[in-house]
Design a protein around this ligand. Structure first.
Ligand code: THU
Length: 126
């Protein structure tokens, strides 16, 4: 699957964003090694820390369907630069060794980075 297709999936899921507090809509889509795509959006809560980011929604949907091996994740938001994942989501990407992160914005800017570039010196095992 091409990067632009995974971005298109993320964009579609961004429309489902539940973000009445921040009004900041984020969409994500993960591609598994089996070739399946799982999408997600940010889901906010009036108790703010309960919010789940789009990336973690997508990853958790995939894992809860039995998927543990990933090719890539795309995320998109209406940001000046391609939207960069938060630290919590980076840690979850490390957990599932998602090797490629495709960052995009609504203007069509795209930046692709490796997991090592995004999360150097990551905590992995204890
Ligand atoms: N958000 C994401 O969905 N992904 C990120 O990587 C950064 C932040 C969401 C959480 C919250 O709903 C909104 O964006 C503002 O922080």
């Amino acid at each position: 699957m091409e990067d632009k297709e995974l971005i298109a999936a993320a964009k579609k899921y961004r429309e489902f964003s539940y973000s009445p507090y921040s009004k900041f809509k984020v969409g994500a889509a993960v591609l598994t090694k089996k070739g399946n795509v799982y999408g997600g959006c940010n889901v906010e809560n009036s108790s703010f820390p309960m919010t789940n980011c789009a990336e973690r929604t997508a990853i958790f949907k995939a894992v809860s369907e039995g998927e543990r091996e990933f090719e890539a994740i795309a995320l998109i938001a209406d940001t000046p630069e391609p939207c960069s994942p938060c630290g919590a989501c980076r840690q979850v990407m490390v957990e599932f060794k998602i090797p490629k992160i495709i960052m995009a914005n609504m203007k069509g800017d795209v930046q692709v980075v490796t997991l090592e570039e995004l999360m150097p010196y990551a905590f992995t095992e204890f």
